[in-house]
Design a protein around this ligand. Structure first.
Ligand SMILES: [Zn+2]
Length: 139
C-alpha cells in the first residue's frame, strides 16, 4: 500500500491518498468543463484506494458548486488552489483528486481529455459513485 499527500499552495487544505497503485498506474483525466479548464486540472480516482481530507480549519475551505450543484469543488479560500471534488451519496462519499497538488511531484501518465457535458444528472451521479475514490474519515 502506498500513501501520497496532496495540498493546496498555502497548506490550509489537503488530502492523504492510500492505494496499491503507483502514480505511473494512475488513470489521469483532463476534464474539459469550463471549471477544470480554467484550473488546468488533471484528476485521478481509484475505486480501490481511499482518500482522507485534512482541513484543520474548515473556514479556510470553499466548497464551490456550479451548474447542477451535484459535487463540491474544494478550493482553498486563501490561495485559490483547486484540490479535489467530492460527492456524498447513500453509498458513501467519493472524490476525484487534482494530481497537480500531489506533493512531492509525481510522474503520471498523460491526461486523457474527457467531457461529460452530455450526461444526465443520474448518469453523472452513477459515474462518480462507480469511478471516484472512496472518502474515509480515518487519517
Ligand atoms: Zn491554500
Amino acid at each position: 500500500m502506498h500513501t501520497y499527500q496532496g495540498r493546496c499552495h498555502c497548506g490550509a487544505t489537503g488530502f492523504k491518498l492510500r492505494g496499491a497503485r503507483t502514480p505511473d498506474q494512475w488513470t489521469v483525466c483532463a476534464c474539459q468543463c469550463s471549471f477544470c479548464r480554467a484550473h488546468g486540472a488533471r484528476t485521478t480516482s481509484d475505486t480501490e484506494a481511499s482518500v482522507h481530507f485534512i482541513t484543520p480549519d474548515e473556514s479556510r475551505l470553499n466548497r464551490y458548486r456550479f451548474a447542477l450543484k451535484s459535487a463540491d469543488f474544494y478550493v482553498c479560500r486563501n490561495c485559490g488552489v483547486y484540490v479535489a471534488s467530492a460527492i456524498g451519496s447513500p453509498s458513501g462519499r467519493f472524490a476525484t483528486l487534482n494530481v497537480n497538488v500531489v506533493s512531492p511531484l509525481v510522474e503520471v501518465p498523460a491526461a486523457a481529455r474527457v467531457t461529460y457535458d452530455s450526461e444526465m444528472p443520474a448518469q453523472k451521479r452513477a459515474r462518480r459513485e462507480q469511478q471516484w475514490t472512496p472518502v474515509t474519515d480515518i487519517a
